[in-house]
Design a protein around this ligand. Structure first.
Ligand code: URA
Length: 220
């Protein structure tokens, strides 16, 4: 099992655990009252065998639309890859009313509220881990956690009391968690990583294919 937690799987929209994120949200609400501007809930299938964990909502993407990766640059590659791998139904239209549904997969973020400059601090990742733990514990069929980037990777490992020293982040690394889940990680599908060629669409697809292979093997 993941370490126990007392919080529910979803943060309230007005979550007040992180003072810096609350004040950033207040500022965004004043400047952009039409945006979602709240803790962005996980999106996907409650019977998912695959949980994809991102970093945090982008200010003009998920923070604006209210759905993880939706409207974010990173979402274009993520949702295209999810579609290609057969984990979705419908078409991604970069807005939460596009009718897209995830099949056997769910997307969440290590930090549910948008951080300034896209960078949550350690205390924020630690506080939000309680929601991550609850989300992981809530999925009855979960087999695989696919972490996008080091922040998500480290938080998922810590949620399972796995030492980072013994389970370092890397593109394509795979680890067995004590509760039987398999953790697999990828470079984050951010604009920076894709523009610099650190992550290609092919590399990203390969990680998803491997996650799917592990998922089928774990369920067989
Ligand atoms: N949008 C998200 O919701 N999460 C990320 O990690 C990046 C963009």
């Amino acid at each position: 099992m993941t370490e126990s937690t007392t919080l529910p799987a979803e943060a309230p929209r007005d979550c007040d655990l992180c003072p810096r994120l609350v004040s950033y949200r207040s500022k965004n609400r004043l400047e952009h009252p039409g945006w979602f501007n709240g803790a962005v809930p996980s999106f996907g299938d409650e019977n998912a065998r695959l949980l994809i964990v991102g970093l945090a909502p982008g200010v003009t993407g998920a923070n604006k639309t209210g759905r993880p990766f939706t409207g974010d640059w990173a979402g274009d590659l993520l949702y295209a890859t999810i579609d290609k791998m057969g984990f979705s139904k419908g078409e991604y239209g970069a807005n939460p009313n596009d009718g897209l549904q995830l099949k056997d997969a769910m997307i969440t973020n290590a930090v549910r509220c948008v951080p300034p400059a896209n960078k949550p601090v350690g205390a924020e990742v630690n506080s939000c881990r309680e929601y991550l733990k609850a989300r992981i514990a809530s999925l009855p069929k979960l087999r695989i956690i696919l972490c996008l980037g080091k922040v998500a990777h480290d938080s998922v490992c810590r949620a399972h009391k796995m030492k980072i020293r013994d389970h370092p982040f890397g593109h394509g690394v795979e680890y067995n968690a004590p509760n039987g889940l398999i953790i697999i990680s990828s470079y984050h599908c951010s604009r920076y990583n894709t523009n610099t060629g650190r992550l290609t669409a092919e590399m990203f697809e390969d990680v998803f294919s491997r996650a799917k292979e592990l998922m089928e093997a774990a369920t067989a």
